[in-house]
Design a protein around this ligand. Structure first.
Ligand code: NCD
Ligand code: ZN
Ligand code: ZN
Ligand code: ZN
Length: 402
């Protein structure tokens, strides 16, 4: 593999903007310095542009196996690359659900077409699959659905949930209201790390402010940050997801939590369903998000609603630390060369027909956003540049102890 020199990269170091040269060798960052004098085989001039660690999205649904009419690893990972996302963690509510080590192995094979790096959350079954959870190696967490949502993975038995927590590396939970409080309590009882997906309500945030400890982490989704129940009428099926859209008051509370550090990560909860399914009388819950998550946040940066360093914490540094993703989440020597080059001044309209996701729609269709990824680099390979996608296979993530 050849060397790549990213020149004149603007970076935020300790909250201050600086200009650095980034040398990439064998898919890893080998040097970051004010001056680098080498003749790299490839050069990329980032002059005038910020370079951030590639976005790590801890919450996507790539629908393989069994639901690949909605999305697959090729289309899903292209959408990721176009959105500045370099690593995704995939959810287990596929068909059949990822409840066994054998099914996990099958999923690994399916994901090998991905052009962004990937990892998996293992599924928890209401039929007690804790013997499989114990055997599962190389997974980010066990995903527990404590409320009903798309797929039939609901687990309600509190004793079983406690058992699931006890035998897992860590737990990722879909838990709303009372179930969120239950998850927090069980996390404390079992002394187990907990990642709470898509927190939405002001009252949940108030509870977490009191109850959260250093083993607990909270996610906000872009749709809950940028949409509210007042958009439901216009969006119809395209505004239907779990948790449902909340009030403007809740949305403001979520933004306050994002900027005060109560929210640790943003996850897209990219949950594609076909256009026809969403237009039907009973639309399935879930919206796409991979291609618009970073642009929405950059647009918010341009509107002075969030800082760039906070965006970096929420989209890469924290997800890497929370899930113990080895060599990810920082632009430093020894780290994987997963980068995103930003054009903070680019204004572009979100258009359904320009998206890479198989389902071809976004609840943000028609929004004009300022701030877009210009290029996405995965393992030192340029997989997205100025609208073009390059299909270069990526890798499964490795884990450190958490
Ligand atoms: C998700 C899906 O479609 O898989 N749907 C959703 O509304 N978010 C499931 C989930 O994450 O709850
Ligand atoms: Zn969920
Ligand atoms: Zn989800
Ligand atoms: Zn379908």
């Amino acid at each position: 593999m050849t060397r790549l020199l990213v020149r004149n990269a603007r970076m935020v170091v300790k909250g201050r903007p600086v200009i650095r040269q980034i040398l990439i060798d064998q898919g890893r960052i080998s040097r970051v310095a004010v001056r680098i004098k080498v003749d790299a085989e490839r050069n990329l001039n980032a002059e005038g542009n910020f370079v951030i660690p590639g976005v790590i999205d801890p919450h996507v649904h790539f629908r393989e196996p069994g639901l690949n009419h909605k999305e697959d690893w090729m289309t899903g990972s292209r959408a990721a690359a176009a959105g500045g996302v370099t690593t995704v963690l995939d959810m287990p509510n596929v068909k059949p659900p990822t409840f066994t080590v054998k099914r996990l192995q099958k999923k690994r094979a399916l994901a090998s077409t991905s052009i962004v790096n990937y990892g998996f959350h293992f599924g928890a079954s209401a039929q007690d699959n804790t013997s499989e959870i114990r055997k599962a190696r190389g997974v980010a967490s066990t995903k527990v659905y404590m409320n009903s949502t798309t797929g039939n993975l609901l687990v309600e038995d509190i004793e079983l949930i406690r058992k699931i927590f006890s035998c897992s590396r860590m737990v990722t939970a879909h838990a709303e209201e009372q179930q969120l409080e239950d998850a927090v309590r069980i996390s404390k009882e079992t002394n187990k790390r907990l990642y709470l997906c898509h927190v939405t309500l002001a009252k949940e945030l108030a509870f977490l402010k009191r109850a959260k400890n250093r083993h607990m982490f909270c996610e906000a989704t872009p749709h809950h940050l940028f949409l509210s129940s007042k958009d439901e009428k216009k969006l119809r099926g395209f505004g239907m997801m779990k948790p449902v859209l909340k009030s403007e008051k809740d949305r403001r509370a979520l933004w306050a939590a994002v900027n005060r550090g109560l929210i640790d990560a943003v996850g897209s909860d990219h949950a594609p369903h076909l256009l026809d399914e969403k237009k039907s009388a009973a639309p399935p819950s879930g919206v796409t998000g991979l291609e618009t998550m970073l642009p929405l946040l950059l647009d918010a940066f341009n509107k002075r609603n969030i800082s760039l360093s906070r965006i970096v914490e929420l989209t890469s540094r924290n997800p890497a630390r929370i899930f113990g993703l080895r060599n990810k989440g920082s632009i430093s020597p020894g780290y994987d060369a997963d980068l995103c080059i930003l054009d903070l001044n680019m204004k572009k309209k979100v258009r359904n027909d320009e998206l890479h996701t198989k389902c071809g729609w976004s609840p943000f269709d028609g929004w004009i956003l300022k701030g877009w990824p210009m290029a996405t680099i995965v393992n030192g390979n340029i997989v997205f540049e100025k609208g073009d996608i390059f299909d270069i296979k990526a890798k499964e993530v490795e884990y450190d102890e958490v």
